[in-house]
Design a protein around this ligand. Structure first.
Ligand SMILES: Nc1ncnc2c1ncn2[C@@H]1O[C@H](COP(=O)(O)OP(=O)(O)OP(=O)(O)O)[C@@H](O)[C@H]1O
Ligand SMILES: [Mg+2]
Length: 364
């Protein structure tokens, strides 16, 4: 069955000519890493040279979509002659899938995905406070909840209004100097839980494209937990400049974080570093508490060959502040956690500021 489908897909692609090479897409080797899932999902890498017409990608997509038995088509467009993206991680080996198709969003500035392999480690806390720290430092910052099944940002920023629509365009809300967008502003609690992946993807793409973000220096995306398909396709739908991985110091959480980091590496998004959260803290009497075994952040950083950007201590009272709409940077600006998060923001600036983000802009 699958083989027959593969044959039909190949023959559809072989029916498209590249005028430059006077050859079809298959014979000319422009299609690589063709994968066909049992459920009819087709993905492949498309090597589109600078001189090739970009319309070939659209033609390939329509042709494959029209094949009987195909449910979804995902194309990673790459330029075979473009320089490889810089990354702290190991270089991409030949067998790895090519980087995702980047989407042009220059107004968003540097796009940083804050992620982890595991839920509840502090992604939203780190994302929210990084955003506030960058805004305090004078940058224009947007932050988006990509965690549509459990949006945390509205509560963390203490806003629950509906975003206003002006001139037919949704305006982000603003709190603590940061522009915000979350599905939590738009739908009733729990409503998103009944939606299927493709709808969610569309909404996120609209958040990126159709929300009037204005000109930003940094755009921070609070990712959902895990390393499933949804996260992967999200990363592939927009050109993400870099990912930051949050982990707790425990061994097990580190294993999850490692998987999370590998996912980004696989799609060519550089991991700029690790933020360890809920690390050891010193109470007012000077006693040091380690609720979790320590050192996981550093271990993970070493394993990935990326820097440990900061270790954020467990901060008694942080959760209460967050629930009251006060990121710790605002609610307890002199706390050890706030200082560590500010350090993380400085390191993010250093890492992202020096990194070229321009990539060939191609749209399938
Ligand atoms: N350093 C810290 N000290 C104390 N509490 C913290 C710290 N970091 C996060 N928390 C609290 O831990 C809980 C989980 O944090 P958060 O919501 O940021 O995690 P998450 O990774 O985004 O979770 P989810 O996977 O559910 O989206 C929250 O109640 C938050 O306030
Ligand atoms: Mg969260």
């Amino acid at each position: 069955m699958a083989d027959a489908l593969e044959a039909r897909v190949i023959s559809a692609l072989a029916g498209i000519q590249n005028p430059r090479l006077e050859n079809d897409l298959i014979s000319s080797g422009m299609v690589r890493e063709l994968e066909i899932g049992a459920d009819g999902r087709v993905s492949f890498t498309f090597l589109l040279g600078s001189d090739d017409p970009a319309t070939l990608v659209r033609a390939a997509r329509s042709a494959v979509r029209a094949v009987d038995g195909v449910s979804e088509v995902k194309i990673n467009v790459t330029n075979p002659t473009a320089p490889a993206r810089s990354t702290h991680g190991p270089p991409q080996s030949a067998g790895m899938p090519a980087p995702p198709t980047p989407m042009e969003q220059p107004n968003l500035g540097r796009i940083l995905a804050v992620s982890s392999g595991k839920g509840g480690v502090g992604k939203s806390t780190v994302a929210a406070n990084l955003a506030v720290a960058l805004a305090e430092a004078g940058f224009r910052v947007g932050v988006m909840d990509a965690d549509i099944y459990g949006p945390n940002l509205p509560r963390m920023f203490g806003i629950f209004e509906r975003p206003p629509v002006r001139d037919g365009q949704m305006q982000p809300l603003e709190a603590h100097g940061v522009r915000l967008m979350s599905l939590g502003f738009i739908v009733e609690r729990d409503a998103a839980a009944i939606w299927r992946g493709p709808i969610i993807m569309k909404i996120i793409q609209q958040f990126l494209r159709d929300v009037n973000w204005g000109e930003l220096d940094y755009f921070i995306v609070d990712m959902p937990p895990g390393t499933g398909d949804a996260q992967l396709s999200l990363v592939q739908s927009v050109h993400v400049s870099a990912a930051l991985i949050v982990t707790t110091p425990q061994e097990m959480a580190v294993g999850d974080a490692l998987r999370g980091a590998r996912m980004f590496e696989r799609v060519g998004v550089p991991v700029i570093g690790i933020v360890e959260n809920m690390g050891p803290f010193t109470d007012p009497t000077g006693r040091r508490w380690e609720l979790f075994s320590s050192g996981g952040g550093l271990r993970l950083a070493e394993e990935l060959g990326v820097p440990l950007l900061a270790s954020v201590p467990l901060e008694p009272g942080l959760a209460e502040l967050a629930d009251a709409g006060q990121p710790v940077l605002v609610g307890a600006p002199d706390s050890a956690a706030a200082k560590a998060l500010r350090t993380a923001a400085d390191r993010v600036r250093e890492e992202l500021g020096t990194r070229p983000v321009a990539l060939p802009i191609l749209r399938g």
